[in-house]
Design a protein around this ligand. Structure first.
Ligand SMILES: Cc1ncc(COP(=O)(O)O)c(C=O)c1O
Length: 461
């Protein structure tokens, strides 16, 4: 940090922000008297705010995005060069970075074959939903149109992705919703819905999906959309036995499997994609955040060739193709940044680092559980971890969310930005969340865990 930016009068920026910027996911009344946070600069794992205060960022840009860390000149240079050469052309035509990144991506995704470019996770999911609906019309007389989604999962912010949203506080007040989206139970064993454990629990949670399919009628269900590891809904790693049974059920009832890798994709859990831990064969994989680590907006809806073929099998029918466009899916900055992002992960061994540091961080957080009885559960995979806070370990009563905010607030005051669940599950916004960049070291993790330890002591004694 060279300090140069603070030679300027940043108070003008703060005034402009307060007067005109509508921030995301936040109530603005406090900004009438206090200042909004403005992040000015980032390097590696660290960011600096408008006061010059340094923070270690344990959530990769707030929402698990900046996987390779800040200040990567290599990505910025590639984007610059590409923008000068060609910034944009609609994806009705191809582009050099679009073709190269698609090939490299598919190389990491055996069984998949086609990349549809778009510009946000929500939009990538909408593309998959539209494909499912069109397949229903083409193949099943419009009947197999229903899309199943899981309690606690999140797939985006548009009305239709909220219709597939298992987080009721995100959806509240935004209805009416798009018809044809059906909820299945979550698979969080800590909040058990069946008196079983381990693999038996996982199989029961998957069987609960089958029950919904049978109740709806298998000939009406076109797809099942799931996060490989649920993110904002509570960092939920499905139990053993869950995924093989889910795959079996999809095959049995001819249901397309859509895996939403918007958070897990591109390294977050220590494999290129979260589903790859479980040997799943998806039909759709959507991804966004970590694809270019936020250096440029890019999202992808990736399909297998079976799905793709259904949109070109009859060239004599003028309606028989995917009649969809995403204007900014034609921006070349996204794939140009994504190529470098992937190369960095590969060359720096960041998947391996994620596994090692993820295990270390999980152990450290579990050690905190011995000390703080407010920690009911610690869970996660790779550098994607959550801590569930309860006021009573026996009843698992969630703590008041204000106390969760107090913990994250104290960490921030001490220069450590962690996540806290926010307007997700009614009564269960009781998670602390961690998703440091995949470059995290033991020292970084120690700093994050120590700040959490101190904050828990301060708030809960
Ligand atoms: C699992 C998941 N899917 C989809 C989305 C939506 O992505 P975006 O905000 O880019 O539209 C998110 C965003 O947090 C997410 O966590």
């Amino acid at each position: 940090m060279d300090g140069k930016i603070f030679d300027n009068d940043i108070s003008k920026v703060v005034d402009a922000d307060r007067a005109h910027v509508w921030h995301h996911l936040i109530q603005h009344k406090p900004f009438e008297t206090g200042e909004p946070r403005i992040i000015v600069e980032g390097r590696g794992m660290r960011v600096w705010d408008q006061k010059g205060k340094e923070h270690i960022d344990a959530v990769s840009g707030g929402v698990w995005t900046v996987n390779v860390g800040y200040g990567r000149e290599r990505i910025a240079n590639a984007v610059r060069d590409q923008l000068v050469k060609l910034p944009y052309f609609a994806n009705t035509a191809g582009s050099i970075p679009g073709a190269i990144f698609a090939e490299q991506l598919i190389d990491k995704m055996p069984g998949m074959s086609r990349v549809y470019y778009t510009n946000s996770g929500s939009e990538a999911n909408e593309k998959a939903f539209k494909m499912v609906r069109q397949i229903a019309h083409k193949r099943y007389g419009g009947k197999k149109y229903k899309i199943l989604y899981r309690d606690r999962d999140y797939h985006g912010t548009t009305i239709s992705t909220l219709s597939a949203g298992g987080q009721d506080e995100r959806g509240a007040q935004y209805g009416p919703f798009t018809p044809g989206f059906i909820r299945v139970p979550h698979c969080l064993e800590y909040r058990a819905q069946w008196d079983l454990s381990g693999e038996e629990y996982g199989i029961a949670a998957a069987n609960a999906i089958e029950e919904v399919i049978l109740a709806e009628g298998p000939d009406t269900v076109g797809a099942l959309c799931l996060e490989p590891v649920t993110a904002g809904g509570g960092v939920i790693v499905p139990p053993e036995g869950y995924w093989p049974r889910v795959q079996e059920i999809c095959k049995k009832y001819d249901i397309l499997l859509h895996i939403d890798e918007v958070v897990c994709g591109v390294g977050r859990t220590g494999t290129w994609f979260g589903y790859q831990h479980y040997g799943i064969e998806p039909d759709f994989v959507t991804m966004a955040k970590g694809v270019a680590s936020g250096y440029a907006a890019i999202a992808c809806c990736v399909t297998n060739e079976k799905v793709f073929d259904m949109f070109k099998d009859d060239a004599t029918d003028p309606m028989n193709y995917f009649r969809d466009i995403s204007t900014f899916g034609g921006c070349t900055a996204g794939p140009a940044a994504a190529i470098e992002n992937m190369a960095i992960i590969q060359e720096e061994g960041l998947l391996e680092n994620t596994v090692q540091m993820g295990d270390y961080m999980l152990d450290q957080l579990k050690a905190l559980q011995d000390k703080h009885k407010v920690i009911g559960d610690v869970r996660g995979k790779g550098l994607f971890l959550g801590v569930e806070l309860v006021s009573d370990r026996a009843t698992k009563e969630p703590v008041d969310e204000k106390l969760v905010q107090a913990v994250s607030g104290d960490c921030a005051a001490n220069g450590v930005i962690i996540g806290a669940s926010n307007r997700a599950i009614p009564g269960f916004n009781n998670m602390l969340a961690y998703s440091p960049a995949l470059i995290a070291t033991k020292d970084d993790i120690d700093e994050i865990v120590t700040a959490t330890d101190n904050a828990l002591t301060k708030v809960f004694g």
